[in-house]
Design a protein around this ligand. Structure first.
Ligand code: ADP
Ligand code: ZN
Length: 600
């Protein structure tokens, strides 16, 4: 079958998207490819279709062991002969898949990367016929990136062992530095590079000052995402547990996920998130890679991510179906202090710490920017763009203000504490001194006798926290020691003594945003009012089907396909087959049931 025909008959899609056609043609004709495409861009087809067109089995290397079963189920539902080999299987299951592969009865074989390191697996592969190697989540080979997996380094040998077999490496996250590293480590020097736009226009990016994070989150979910599925990321296991509990107590169904839970609980929670509607997953970053649930409506961060790459990858899990979605991050002074301290305490050499610091600085710059968030994000991935109109800074532009004087007040307090008293303190005490508060600790240390005591009444506590935060973010102030004490650095001296100006961001009124976000949401995508109950009927049918087969509902049909069926109400199998996402196998399997559901 030609690739166009595979697309239409097996996957039920009318046409290729973006670079898909070019990539597929290139790999079908035996070329190597490096594909950079954002989440939801349609990477899977780029190796699935060549695997079906070329002689032999497409071998897909993926770190996502927990999702292989779902991926294989989805392919089998399309009529594609797929299997996987990983450590979760019983020996007899594995033997069966191996036999199928050797008999040439598999179109696609998913493999965990550590499998490829065993002689047993290489011998198996050498005895079969391989159509191509696909290396999914290829950024895992990069030590510069945020998700390095040592077992990926072994993949560089594929080429030596199977020089004739084309390789396609794919990732949704790659700065120019990571991109170059992937090419080098995987020996993809001669591969053709396909770089799509990294923009995810349906995601609205918002970064807000953190006050009472759990309450702010609750407000967001109640006002804008009632009943929606979403992911909330927290830094620690403890805050994952607490946040999940808090949401549940407030009537929002939420599940925890972190590496401290036993494997069974993790698998159960993940499976419920994929299979049930409207669940919120509260998780550490241990959760989410490869989660291809298309209707995640929001991704919220309660703590600052460690890098822009990580942040973009995590927020990219929202809105794979192309419908409006929110990426929301609450960020405050404590985040900067904590992350800087974690880097100081981290193991590894100086170079490693410098790398972590560079990642953090880029993330802080994104948080503090007064420009379009998307412009900054895309710029980080080497793509230039213009203001998007769908991020917080576009919707309610923040002002900049000259914060030089407040900056000098903070710095000079720190200098006086050190010079006059030989002391170092954290942000709390410094701010108490500026505000002229006679707290027990101020009195204990006689800090009300300092010349700077009470010189900062023009701002309130949160105003001062904002100033300290921005000084830290801009590198005009440093943190030291176990108690995160504030200390000046050479850049601080420029502000204090050499007239260096400090521009700061003033937070805008929040109200405007929420409104626009709501307006965007309440316009359900191309679904006329009379089609809504039909859509619900189809959804009920889909839920029942999914339960019966033990698969996530979107594996049967995704929302976009169901919406289109609801809007056009086909009355014959022929009409139904014209809808995007209805291929031959699905038509044969579900067509009559859909028609029956529509006419019931
Ligand atoms: P990625 O792996 O890049 O995140 P997927 O391969 O999961 O993206 O594709 C995202 C969604 O887009 C899936 O639901 C997929 O079926 C759909 N899709 C991909 N290519 C096409 C196409 N050419 N036409 C219609 N839908 C497509
Ligand atoms: Zn913008």
């Amino acid at each position: 079958m030609a690739s166009q025909e595979v697309l239409r008959r097996i996957f039920g899609y009318e046409s290729f998207r973006g670079d898909q056609q070019e990539i597929v043609d290139h790999v079908v004709s035996g070329g190597d490819a490096l594909v950079l495409m954002p989440t939801g861009g349609g990477k899977s087809l780029c190796y699935q279709i060549p695997s079906l067109v070329r002689e032999g089995t497409g071998v897909v290397v993926s770190p996502l062991i927990a999702l292989m079963q779902d991926q294989v189920d989805a392919l089998r539902d399309l009529g594609v002969r797929a299997g996987f080999l990983n450590s979760t299987q019983f020996p007899d299951e594995r033997a069966l898949v191996e036999a199928e592969f050797l008999a040439g009865e598999l179109d696609l074989l998913y493999l965990a990367p550590e499998r490829l390191r065993t002689e047993q697996t290489t011998r198996l592969l050498e005895r079969g016929r391989i159509a191509l190697f696909a290396i999914d989540e290829a950024h895992c080979v990069s030590q510069w990136g945020h998700d390095f997996r040592p077992e990926y380094l072994a993949l560089s040998h594929l080429h030596e062992r199977w020089p004739q077999v084309p390789r396609i490496a794919l990732t949704a996250t790659a700065t120019p530095a990571t991109h170059a590293e992937i090419a080098e480590r995987l020996n993809l020097g001669d591969a053709k590079h396909f770089v799509s736009s990294f923009d995810r226009p349906n995601i609205q990016y918002r970064i807000v000052p953190k006050n009472e994070p759990k309450k702010q989150l609750l407000e967001l979910l109640r006002t804008e995402h009632a009943g929606d599925a979403g992911i909330v990321y927290c830094l620690s296991r403890n805050s994952v547990e607490k946040t999940a509990e808090f949401l549940t107590q407030n009537g929002i169904p939420a599940l925890p996920y972190h590496a401290g839970l036993d494997a069974g609980t993790r698998a159960r929670n993940q499976s419920r998130f994929l299979r049930e509607d409207g669940l919120v997953m509260v998780a550490t970053i241990a959760f989410g890679m490869g989660i291809d649930k298309p209707d995640v409506r929001f991704v919220a961060h309660l703590d600052l991510p460690k890098s822009v790459e990580g942040y973009y990858q995590e927020t990219g899990r929202a809105g794979r179906d192309g419908l409006p979605s929110t990426a929301w991050l609450a960020y405050g002074l404590q985040d900067v202090v904590q992350q800087r301290k974690m880097i100081d305490d981290s193991e590894g050499d100086q170079q490693h710490r410098r790398k972590l610091m560079a990642h953090l600085d880029a993330m802080l710059a994104l948080c503090e920017t007064v420009e379009c968030r998307r412009v900054r994000l895309l710029d980080y991935f080497g793509q230039s763009s213009t203001p998007c109109g769908n991020c917080d800074t576009c919707l309610a532009p923040p002002e900049t203000w000259d914060g030089t004087v407040p900056a000098q007040k903070v710095l000079s307090t720190i200098v006086r504490l050190r010079k006059e008293r030989g002391q170092k303190f954290g942000a709390g005490q410094t701010i108490d001194i500026l505000l002229g508060r006679k707290t027990a600790r101020v009195i204990q240390h006689d800090h009300d006798q300092l010349k700077v005591f009470g010189i900062g009444t023009e701002l309130n506590e949160s105003g001062w926290r904002g100033v300290v935060r921005q000084l830290l973010a801009q590198g005009l102030l440093s943190i030291e020691g176990e108690y995160s004490m504030l200390v000046t650095n050479p850049a601080s001296d420029e502000v204090l003594y050499q007239g260096r100006k400090v521009l700061m961001r003033r937070e805008p009124e929040r109200a405007a945003k929420v409104k626009t976000a709501k307006a965007a949401k309440s316009a359900p995508v191309d679904l006329p009012a009379e089609a809504a109950p039909v859509f619900e009927k189809l959804r009920t049918w889909r839920t029942a089907q999914a339960r019966e087969q033990g698969v996530p509902p979107y594996i049967i049909f995704n929302d976009a396909t169901l919406r289109q069926i609801a809007a056009t109400t086909p009355s014959t199998l022929d009409e139904l087959s014209a809808i995007s996402g209805v291929g031959e196998n699905k038509l044969a399997k579900y067509g009559q049931q859909i028609l029956d559901t529509l006419s019931a």
